[in-house]
Design a protein. Sequence first.
Length: 280
Amino acid sequence: MELHSSIYNYTFLSKGFTDTWVDFMRNKFSNNPEELPEIILTVSLICAVGAFLNLHLKDFPIPLPVILFIIGCSLEILSFTSDQVLKYADSIQWMSPHFFFDLFTPVIIFNVAFDMDVYMLHKLFWQITLITVPGFLINYTLILWYLTSVNKLHLKTTPRWLFSAILLSSDPMLTSAAIRDLGLSRDLSNLINGESLMTSIMSFNMFTAIVDFSINRKKFNYSIVHSIVEPTMTYYVASFLFGILSSKLVQLWMSTDFGDDTNHISLSLAILYFFYFICK
């Protein structure tokens, strides 16, 4: 009797623990839990193809995001001719947008940041800031004013704000690849890459803040001041300060305990992703 009870309790706990994590992974990956295997396989193939192309096509005249875009368009075209391809295409289209951004945003940010000179970045930091922040506000205001005055898409207020943030954003990888072979000076190249990287991050934070603002507006205890101050302090001030602190900790660790073996290099790259998700 005791053996049967212990087996029952173990099965119940194991089943509950397993089901909890399975439900978490399904909700994280997709809005449709049944498409989880297709999403895992397709995302793994995308990462493998991207890593292979990035390794062997560094000097290719066509940028890597353009090649991936062409592959994605080809996959969408093939989905109209094959039901098997359509199943995988539908699973990717209905994938959770939070997982999509969390998966590919660090790759874009770190890929461009690794190409920049740290010394030049410290030297040009305030110049990049003075160019990016006012330019971001002016461009966002002009785009929003144009969409409001023309309004051929018949957008409401919140979709118009989100669409303006999307139009304002730029791809740092495309910018870095476009100016790589132009023969520009190091100062100008780092200035352009830093401005593009900071603009993309600010537009992404603006998009997230607008979404949170739209969701919180439906709550009973809604406060417009709290909805503006909290995203600003969270996405910009707190993340910026934590990023500086974490970079100092990584520099201290690399100067004292860092080795030349592969494990330390992999660990240092994993720590960067870990800090990214903490800041987020």
